[in-house]
Ligand binder design. Structure first.
Ligand SMILES: [Ca+2]
Ligand SMILES: [Ca+2]
Ligand SMILES: [Ca+2]
Length: 141
């Protein structure tokens, strides 16, 4: 009986920890692997879990209407579709997000630009299973 209740408390603690605000955005410093004070695109890839969420027809591409229905609906499709093939692949998608918050367009995020992205909820879909996170190249489909 006593054992059961302490187990229950432990379980409740685990549930609270996994459901609570522990689902935190990765910190600036954790993304800036080489600690040069900037986040490059490559350091961001794999941290945003947004792509498949907006790929409604699950074809591995974001089409014009899918972008329009996403939270990036204010983005210019043609700007994001760099190679102009009418579809946004995952690389173009993350590039688009990156440049959206790269306010001074120097190809790197300073801490201030990272803060803007974080405050805009960019990492909301981020799952904090740090070590099991899959790389963007792993979006097998
Ligand atoms: Ca699609
Ligand atoms: Ca494209
Ligand atoms: Ca910048």
């Amino acid at each position: 009986m006593f054992r059961f209740s302490s187990f229950g408390i432990a379980l409740a603690a685990i549930l609270a920890a996994s459901a609570g605000p522990a689902l935190a955005a990765p910190s600036f410093d954790s993304l800036d692997h080489n600690h040069d004070g900037h986040i490059k695109k490559e350091q961001l890839y794999g941290q945003i879990k947004d792509f498949s969420r907006w790929d409604s027809n699950d074809n591995g591409m974001i089409e014009r209407d899918e972008l329009a229905q996403s939270k990036y609906h204010d983005a210019k499709f043609d700007d994001w579709d760099r190679d102009g093939d009418g579809e946004i692949d995952s690389k173009e998608f993350y590039d688009g997000i990156f440049s959206k918050y790269d306010s001074d367009k120097n190809g790197r995020w300073a801490r201030r630009e990272y803060n803007d992205a974080r405050d805009a909820g960019l990492f909301e879909a981020h799952e904090s299973h740090a070590d099991t996170a899959s790389s963007p190249a792993d979006t097998t489909k």
